[in-house]
Design a protein around this ligand. Structure first.
Ligand SMILES: *Cc1c(COP(=O)(O)O)cnc(C)c1O
Length: 398
């Protein structure tokens, strides 16, 4: 199936809604997506409402906007709104699911080389605390998680598959659906870190077959910082005990009893950045309005264009792996550290980031890399911006 990409008109509209594009070239969307005017407006409007009405009163007055966060995220990932929890970032969202599993000594967790640093450290903590074992699955020859090796690693002690859909340090898109089919066949819990994929590529939790999924607001979804979400399927609700409960997550019935809130609400906390939640709802429905299929097609096409153009530069090595690649492009320049490359581009108002081995201990060192430059493209970026970036990169003298 050929997915139509965004039209020039769509791209012009997106750029008109992105004030920052007039001042810089933003290729750090895997860090934070460049702010969207409608999101900024919604956040500011709510902060003003809090100032004029009072915070609780403002939340009450804006309850429709506030609730549209749940319907928007549900529409994005194909769940029901009740299966969505608002969480302040993707790390805590993932934690609420992971630490909610009642691990016993000897339980095994399967994961891969794309796993996010904070997730992996949590696995190590659970190993120290409860004596779980980590089965780290290697890449296949294309660089994605080796699904055959993954299936072969399953034992009667396996409790969970924890996979990162798109790593923070590479263009790779992991085969989340294939892993889901294996999880279903062996009746295993499946937790997907969709922090970089939410807003970057289209996906659906029913097609993937994950039971839990975490995402952040500020990256490819272009929501406010300090916002995130967790999906927990109703099908596994009784297997995940929220590691913390409060008055939002539960109802206090009498001196000795409480009852957990229905559905994914039990993974929430009461106090939150209400303006941020509203903003993330707006950002998500903005993406849905253009269509995730089309946004994803454009981001992947821009990523491919950047790799093609970088490949023509002498002394530049591209480090993305995987059968399927998205809008994150990683590379190094001979004779220059990634930090120097980043600083040199910054002088020309071009934002890129770097990924360090200290955040990718089970990936970059294996490829003899201490660090890589990361240019992460979004649908509002243009072919011309890529060309200017490549020219700037090539002219080392400047
Ligand atoms: C950024 C990132 C996270 C953490 O997201 P926060 O919102 O900063 O907690 C988790 N996983 C991946 C793959 C990421 O890129």
């Amino acid at each position: 199936m050929i997915v139509p990409s965004l039209s020039q008109n769509d791209i012009d509209l997106m750029r008109a809604d992105t004030p920052g594009v007039n001042k810089l070239i933003h290729f750090n969307n895997a860090g934070t997506g460049l702010a969207l005017a409608p999101v900024l407006d919604a956040v500011k409007k709510h902060l003003d409402l809090e100032a004029t009405l009072g915070g609780y009163e403002a939340a009450h007055a804006a309850s429709a906007d506030y609730n549209s966060f749940y319907t928007s995220i549900a529409a994005l990932i194909g769940s029901t709104p009740a299966e969505i929890a608002y969480v302040e970032n993707a790390t805590r969202a993932w934690d609420m699911a992971f630490y909610g599993i009642d691990f016993r000594e000897g339980d095994r967790v399967i994961t891969g080389r794309a796993e996010y640093v904070s997730n992996y450290v949590a696995l190590l903590q659970m190993k120290r605390r409860k004596g779980i074992e980590i089965d780290l699955i290697d890449d296949d020859e294309t660089g994605q998680i080796d699904t055959k090796a993954l299936e072969a690693a399953i034992t009667p002690k396996t409790r969970l598959i924890a996979l990162t859909h798109i790593p923070t340090f590479s263009g790779l898109i992991n085969p989340a659906e294939e892993v889901g089919a294996i999880a279903a066949k062996h009746k295993l819990l499946y937790l997907l870190d969709a922090c970089q994929s939410a807003g970057q590529i289209p996906f659906n939790v029913n097609d993937i077959g994950c039971h839990m999924l975490s995402g952040t607001g500020r990256k490819y979804l272009r929501g406010p910082r300090g916002t995130g979400f967790l999906y927990v399927s109703d099908a596994v609700l009784d297997q995940i005990e929220p590691p913390f409960v409060d008055l939002q997550a539960s109802e206090w019935l009498d001196e000795n009893t409480y009852r957990l809130a229905p559905h994914a609400k039990r993974f929430e906390t009461w106090e939150r950045f209400v303006a941020g939640q509203i903003g993330l709802g707006v950002a998500t429905s903005y993406a849905i309005g253009f269509g995730m299929e089309r946004i994803g097609a454009r981001i992947c096409a821009l990523g491919a264009q950047m790799r093609t153009e970088l490949a023509t530069l002498p002394g530049v090595s591209i480090h993305d792996k995987g059968q399927r690649k998205g809008g994150i492009v990683t590379f190094t320049v001979d004779g220059e550290t990634p930090d120097t490359t980043k600083a040199r581009l910054a002088k020309h108002q071009i934002n890129v980031s770097t990924s360090q081995a200290s955040s990718a201990r089970i990936d970059l060192p294996l490829r003899d890399l201490d660090a890589v430059v990361r240019a992460s493209l979004h649908a509002f970026n243009t072919e011309d911006e890529i060309e200017l970036f490549v020219r700037t990169l090539a002219s080392k003298a400047i």
